[in-house]
Write a protein that binds this ligand. Structure first.
Ligand SMILES: Nc1ncnc2c1ncn2[C@@H]1O[C@H](COP(=O)(O)OP(=O)(O)O)[C@@H](O)[C@H]1O
Ligand SMILES: [Mg+2]
Length: 272
């Protein structure tokens, strides 16, 4: 039996902006029905990496493969057409639009024919509400409500449901839970698991180790643009992951110097 090719794969990808080298020899595989958590401190290169995967930046060197075949995205639209969808922190939706309308921005269903085509509000609302509810968000039941009136978690849910409805195969979530409270975050995490259950490949970017551990099958830690660790669920503890994200040695060094300082100042911590 041959294993199914990964939906998406990076081979030795470098990304530079002029003289600035941001990503160094990144090799990663993203499989259908799996959640890959991308972890790393601010400035580690997470956004650059997902923009490279989503067709925003062409790689400087290396290869991107989809279903085992090399691909060259001409831009984000091209990557989107091939099923790579990115959902940004605030859902990327339009606060002054209704739920039904925002769901179909760019892909509006029509009734009638020829020059008489009009946006079918009722049908759009029905489809949008049904799509979101199928992810377990039953509080959204009126497609005429404005997106701006939804909570952060509901907006994320709407954006994810929309991407899945229109055929996304790879769902890239850039810090979807960063600005959310515990309850809201747990809704989003549940939706991530539902997307995985439906066979999508999910790339989940977060700073929050607990959120990553709640949904991740696979973990990749970026430090200064390089893959510092790449491991599967259960292979590392929460403490080990936290330490890795903080840059390991950097953190240990900081603790050691704080210890020395405390001893030489008879236990008084440095004033801020
Ligand atoms: N277009 C760009 N031109 C030059 N440098 C960039 C560009 N985009 C990102 N960088 C640099 O790449 C590094 C990684 O940034 P980024 O990918 O946004 O990190 P993260 O998302 O992990 O916080 C930073 O040092 C940033 O300044
Ligand atoms: Mg970022």
């Amino acid at each position: 039996m041959t294993e199914e090719a990964p939906v998406l794969e990076l081979r030795q990808v470098d990304k530079s902006f002029g003289p600035i080298d941001v990503l160094h020899e990144i090799s990663l595989t993203v499989r259908a029905g799996e959640v890959l958590c991308l972890l790393g401190d601010n400035g580690a290169g997470k956004s650059t990496l997902i923009k490279t995967l989503a067709g925003v930046h062409p790689p400087t060197r290396g290869e991107i493969l989809m279903d085992g075949r090399p691909v060259h995205f001409s831009g984000p639209k091209d990557a989107g057409d091939r099923g790579i969808a990115t959902v940004h922190q605030f859902g990327g939706t339009f606060p002054l639009m209704s739920i039904g309308r925002s769901f179909f921005v760019g892909v509006e269903p029509t009734k009638g024919w020829g020059p008489f085509k009009v946006f079918d509000r009722k049908k759009a609302n029905e489809i949008a509400v049904q799509a979101v509810q199928s992810f377990g968000i039953t509080r959204i039941d009126d497609g005429d409500r404005l997106v701006g009136g939804l909570s952060g978690g509901e907006r994320q849910s709407l954006a994810i449901a929309r991407a899945v409805h229109f055929g996304a195969r790879v769902l890239i979530l850039d810090e979807p839970t960063a600005a959310l409270g515990v309850k809201q975050a747990s809704h989003v995490l549940r939706i991530v698991l539902e997307a995985k259950r439906r066979g999508l490949a999910v790339i989940f970017i977060t700073h929050q180790v607990m959120h990553a551990m709640a949904v991740g099958d696979h973990f990749a830690v970026l430090i200064r643009g390089a893959l510092a660790a790449n491991f599967r669920k259960g292979e590392k503890t929460r403490e080990e992951i936290t330490d890795l994200m903080a840059g390991g040695e950097a953190m240990a060094g900081l603790e050691a110097s704080l210890e020395t300082y405390m001893q030489s100042h008879e236990g008084h911590p440095p004033s801020a």
